[in-house]
Design a protein around this ligand. Sequence first.
Ligand code: CMC
Length: 422
Amino acid sequence: MPDTITITDDRTGKTVTVPIEGGVFPASAIRELDPSLFVYDPAYLQTAACKSAITYLDGDNGILRYRGYPIEQLAEQSTYLEVAYLLLNGELPDSTQLAQWKSDVTSHTFIHENMRKRFVDGFHYNAHPMGMLVSALAALGTFYDDAKDTDDKASRDKQILRLIAKTPTLAAMCYRFSVGLPFVYPNNDLSFPANFLNMMWRVGDYNVDPRLERAMDVLFILHADHEQNCGTTAMRVVGSSHADPYSSAAAAASALYGPLHGGANEAVVHMLAEIGSLDNVPAFIEEVKSGTGGRLMGFGHRVYKNYDPRATIIKQTAYEVFEVTGKNPLLDIALKLEEVALSDSYFIDRKLYPNVDFYSGLIYQALGFPVAMFTVLFAIPRMAGWLAHWQELLGDKEQKISRPRQWYAGVEARDYVPLAAR
Ligand code: CMC
């Protein structure tokens, strides 16, 4: 069987044959047939917008790999900082490289005092921390003149380091502001996850429980990248205009904020709390199926049509966290929901399984994070993925500024009608 596809334009009889590689054929075939012919593909369901060597995802078989390494092995054996290095550089670091990378990230954790004193203090007292983080990321770029030098590799590397290192600081600062607590400066003697937990929770004495530190790191690893999702696509689209990476990351974070994307873990906890008790689960499922109760949040995925491997690891991590913190009372409702949904033909037929957000919210809540911080916790590690894609995009000779076409469905030309005549 030839690995080609032949397309015939029946209007003209013209035929084009192009290769199929990795399940993809070039849209240049359409251009060759007729440069004014376009493919209508809302939400890019059937469109590969780039070549990428960062993350492999096989949704039918529940496989996720970063740079070829299975997510299960990374979650068990690696650390978030090592994974960030892997995503950005393509290979795991050796011990010298890892020591240097850790030291570089650690020495960039502080932020300019004006970010806190003048910028963050200007928010309304009950501002949502994710809204604050989105704005703070864009604002951070204004402190660095060299941020706009996106053609210069040394400058790109510098901004990457800054964004990886400072995002947890910004995130913790947004939280502390929202509860009226004084800001805790980074402690560069601590690991990446322990420093974040310390900036979040320190009031007087605070020692990070190593089991919770590890759980935080695993959650960071699981969320570090997920190929061309909505947020990463936003990063690439904005980055393709050669905007600075802070502005691009703010766009990516804005996309992540939505309840169909990173905001889903927040929605899951609200949903579980609303269900309230095990007895209400069957009625809730019926409402979801009939379309009167909204969606079963934390279920379903555009790509995973078998199971989300991150959900399996997170469920295990949840039990490890609950051993330290005590069980989240919503866990039983979540388990029941999962059980009922997985045996119901509505969900089976549509291949709807728990996704990464189904259990992550329960862990975050057990760790003491308020619901409004959940998407922020997703954004911290996703920064590594966003930046890896941004860097890949800028080095890709086949890429240009993103500029899709449209299928115009509006009215045809008509003459302007003066106000008095309308
Ligand atoms: N609950 C009930 N029905 C659902 C759900 C759900 N969670 N998800 C999809 N469906 C149904 C949908 O109504 C449709 O049914 P029908 O064919 O009868 O019209 C069918 O399944 C296909 O849905 P879709 O909307 O075409 O699927 P999609 O690929 O566009 O959406 C999704 C993917 C993740 C947005 C969607 O499954 C969803 O809204 N899930 C709930 C929100 C959620 O958990 N999001 C987190 C995603 S994972 C984290 C991340 O990567 O950001």
